[in-house]
Ligand binder design. Sequence first.
Ligand code: NOJ
Length: 586
Amino acid sequence: MAGEHGRSVANNEIGVRKEGYVSRRIGAAVLALLGLLLAALPAQTQTKSAEGDKHAWWQDAVFYEVYPRSFADSNNNGIGDLNGITSKLDYLQQLGVNAIWITPCFPSPQVDFGYDVSDYESIDPMYGTLADFDKLVTEAKKHGIRVILDFVVNHTSDQHKWFINSKSSKTAEKRDWYIWRDGKAPGQPPNNWLSTFGTTAWALDPKTNQYYYHYFYPQQPDLNWRNPAVEKAMLDVTRFWYKRGVAGFRLDAVDTLYEDPNLTDDPVLAGTDKFGRPNLDEKFNKKLPEVHDAMKKLRSVADEYGAVLIGETWTANVGELRDYYGTKNDELQMPMDLLMTGFKGLHADEYRKHIAAVNAAGHWPTYVITNHDIVRSYTRYGDGTHNDDIAKMMAALYLTLRGSAIMYYGEELGMENNDPTRKEDVQDPIGRLGWPLEIGRDGERTPMQWSNGANGGFSKAKPWLPVPPSAKTHNVENEMQDPNSMLSFYRQLLALRHNEPALLDGDYIAIGNDPNLFMYVRKYNDDAILVALNMSGTAQSAKMDLSSAGFAAPRLSVLLTNTKPSGTGGELGLGPYGVLIAKVSK
Ligand code: NOJ
């Protein structure tokens, strides 16, 4: 299944012959030539991590997002479950994963597939029991894997007992746990705010004739975080799970925690959105400064348990991302850099600038290229010809940068989106509401591809979402046996990441400014690794000047590649979307 250049090579050294690599060191003449070219290419050095050598566990960790409905189905009912996850811990350990983030597995009516929680302190029977969860944590620990849960902080399900009490009367004990308001006039919501899921953000409850606010589906009423009782209850939820051995939380939709209490209308912008509604500048119901106070409180409880907080931080820029760490490093340890997922096309310059900016922000970055809400990276970056090599190239990029990394299940196989083609097949409500402009998120949530058997080996029953035809080639069973597969590439990549001091602790030193070849050195004391990535669909070569990394006459030993790298006349050459990860020595 591997692409045309899908060769993964370990422990070879780049030679100087025109074609390919040979298992000898670069000759002295070439070293001299490389030395002569020192001035030709500028290089930028980024600051060393403030943390120095003493990393917290999560800084060196590779996280892996598990969408439990789709990972492994132990009871063969077409939907994944916790025992399914437990049964795959060997696989995850061998892959090189250190922590799994499980998207919500709590009791839920499943309107938003778990992001509508009706009880924060239990497990949905569909996924198993609390005992199954405890077993998963215990077994995961034996595999060196920590468990991170997904905390839906902004809203509950409308079936949560808190909301049921809240809507029961205007004087109910928990009335103020949610955001209730009178309409502006009969039949008119309190203001112009919109739900991101395609409707107005206000639902009228006929019993009390008031509206409640919901930024997501109407079945997901927003909690009122201005009420100290809500805050306390939510902090207590985190304690409940920390005591059960959970290593941290991924915090859902943190931007949306607070709203302007005066309900000021959002400014209306030009144009309409994919649901046909006016575009709004959501300045009065998103990213309010109070969010940072809540993050600090969640952090201080996390610190009591040595836990990590990962943020779903859809920021507009690196400055906003930096703010989520907290001015005193007292908010999120791992706000996700989701900015890269929005880049259009593959342009070395754009990545070079972005990574420089993220490093310059002075904190430990967290990189992500795909998740359950966005089109899979394999599909998003793929050009239809070099998809496997592009996927390897993107993996080599974000998994060798200075920072933590969060993978998405199946990414390591080259799983692609399997989007519905008919509205009647759509499961995700936003896809039904917004069809055909918004087709929903089913495509990126299809079952994990374990084998080339029926249903990708995920379940003996018809899975809740269909597996794509590419499961026949891109699956664990096949790829395990193929040394050039995506999976083999990921396994080698993660092994390097865990074993090479330069990849764990090294400075990030950008090399050159070639528009197609993105190159950098990770350097830690005398250890150095060069990462060279061809971000284009044609063979490229560029002069290599590693002097800024302290190497006037470097020798390169290939650690991992998907191409035939060449070192000729002081130039490094890589095939289309070629990757070279090489040890640099003097
Ligand atoms: C972000 C989650 O990732 C997404 O899947 C969910 O629909 C919304 N938050 C609402 O909880």
